[in-house]
Ligand binder design. Sequence first.
Ligand code: NAD
Ligand code: LMR
Length: 339
Amino acid sequence: KRSCSTTVPSASHVMRRGFSSESSPERKVAVLGAAGGIGQPLALLMKLNPLVSKLSLYDIAGTPGVAADISHINTRSEVAGFMGEDQLGQALEGSDIVIIPAGVPRKPGMTRDDLFNINAGIVKSLCTAISKYCPNALVNMISNPVNSTVPIAAEIFKKAGTYDEKKLFGVTTLDVVRAKTFYAGKAKVNVAGVNVPVVGGHAGITILPLFSQATPRANLADEEIKALTKRTQDGGTEVVEAKAGKGSATLSMAYAGAIFADACLKGLNGVPDVVECSFVQSTVTELPFFASKVRLGKNGVEEVLGLGLLSDYEQQGLEALKPELKSSIEKGIKFANQS
Ligand code: NAD
Ligand code: LMR
């Protein structure tokens, strides 16, 4: 079985398959926030994915240019750009997957929760439209704070009577991407073969990489594991500080978002044993949402996998993250129900 391990096809593989994959089912993917820092490279990567037949690019501004540009790439999908709320319905109609990187990013000194006031409202309005125009789509939530935006989406869908817990995903793939990269560097192993599950949530200490389960195994000292854990938890902040006011991770996030969407497409298409980590409705802990390995299938989540054996250090990390994650989840639920 694979564990958080789907790989994005190589460019040459994509180009080859781009012309020969018309036999795979028609799949429409919509990107909401498609003209943004994540949206543009993510749109590009989805255009390179031969499993996509229609690519719908929506934003409040700038989408005509992005769509025209990307549409010239000679791969399978037809590209259409949509701008402004009156075109949102058209952008969403018929979508199999909706990826949401809409909203403001962090600046140095901010936490992801500091984005709540602006992004909660954006996510709420986009999810209201999803429940109306494509209630059966898989939703890949990228907008921060993910620990709250996913519960907001769930509540909005519940109110609309369209909630299906198998179809809502908080995208935590970037945490897995980082954990793999940092582990490979420290363990001096080929990064291409590395797997590391990352569980919990997507902010600070709620991000819990399980290096005790990393493969290939390496004999790292406790201090090295602690440093790797901290670097994974602070990976987003590392980029925010390096960008010095110009936003947060966009390129690595687009890569991670493309991996996760590709896994969802494979699941929908019936490919067996597609497993990725994601923040989903869960009974793995007492918290209603939790990130862990998830098997993807024709209806979205096929199975939420358990945590496996944890080291003492990871067990402590798990207990330590619960209060923060719980309060972020509750904040999202409260927002959705009061506004
Ligand atoms: P950005 O500002 O570059 O782009 C955001 C885009 O969203 C803009 O083009 C903007 O016009 C658009 N937008 C705003 N309101 C909208 C609406 N109502 N409908 C549609 N589009 C709308 O920001 P970015 O760097 O692309 O980051 C986007 C979000 O992704 C942020 O919240 C950021 O924190 C988050 N993020 C999450 C992860 C993760 O791992 N889940 C990683 C990186 C960034
Ligand atoms: C990340 O992990 O890079 C994102 O959540 C963006 C951020 O604010 O750190």
